[in-house]
Design a protein around this ligand. Sequence first.
Ligand code: SAM
Length: 330
Amino acid sequence: MRVSREAGEESRRALADAGVLDDDREIVVEDDALFIPVANPDAVPAGFEVVERAVPARETQTTPADVLGFEPSYERLGDVVILDEDDPARAHEIADAVVASDLPVATVLNRASKVKGELRVRDWDVLVGSSTVTTHREYGCEYRLDLAAVYFSPRLATERHRVSSQVDADECVLDMFAGVGPFVIPSAKRGAEAVGVDLNPVAVEYMRENAQRNGVAERVTAIEGDVRNLVASPSGERSEYGDWADRLVMNLPHSADEFLGTARELAGDECVLHYYDIQHEDDAFGPGERAIRAAFEPTYDVSVETRHVVRSYAPHEENVCLDVRVERAE
Ligand SMILES: C[S@@+](CC[C@H](N)C(=O)[O-])C[C@H]1O[C@@H](n2cnc3c(N)ncnc32)[C@H](O)[C@@H]1O
């Protein structure tokens, strides 16, 4: 259909009401005219000028919201879509819409538990597909991981970037609870010597694989085990990592305070801690700061450089990070 520009929207609506619009093709604007593609020229209402000309195919993507008629909440991790729905019927409705959309998705999972146990892994209901293994890209790094076997949250991408952006080349960075390496690998990419420790053997295997994938294997050491044994092994031997770290990442909210004695053993003469905590909003930073001071003072001078709210964790509870510089006192 050729119509004047001024009559464009009104004509498009009239053609849509008549059911003759071709949704797979673009509307083309040329000088003062609009060319509106129609699927069936014979059914065009009287009074419109039908012309023949080529118009390009439409490139817009169908989203799950287009299919559902409402905006569902979901996260993407590689080719996995993650839902957090309590109602199984609604979860299936959203999963079907995800599949019908143009998202490149192999698997749809619904959260079936909170993260739990020492390894912080959660249960999943697999709604679509079968594999929980995927490859996720974040700030120029690529992570292979199995969601059913390791902890990984795409929500922390910005926070990980905030921390790893502070890393200088030649620093010694140690992530005490490293998972598949999302702090370790960007740190190594910036030129640091990076060590990641984790209790979960599957996570440590992925950390090694991810170091290879990202071309930093020579600067990454992935260690399986309880980080408390890194400085004081059960046999009493002292490890090479005593007084080693220029930077320590402690992303084990809820229980990081129990590891501050180990952090003090690992910290070099000057060290920055990134200490994660989950606390009531009324005093989200106080308990962490007090615990760090109790562990490091007076051997170290302690100064809090940043008090950062990472995200809201639950009503009135916040996930926070304290960036703290500790310097061995004279
Ligand atoms: C909240 S996850 C953080 C993982 C990673 N830093 C990230 O951001 O994806 C905590 C990790 O600590 C590990 N972990 C728990 N207790 C540990 C311990 N005593 N020593 C070493 N790792 C531990 C768990 O296996 C889990 O992978």
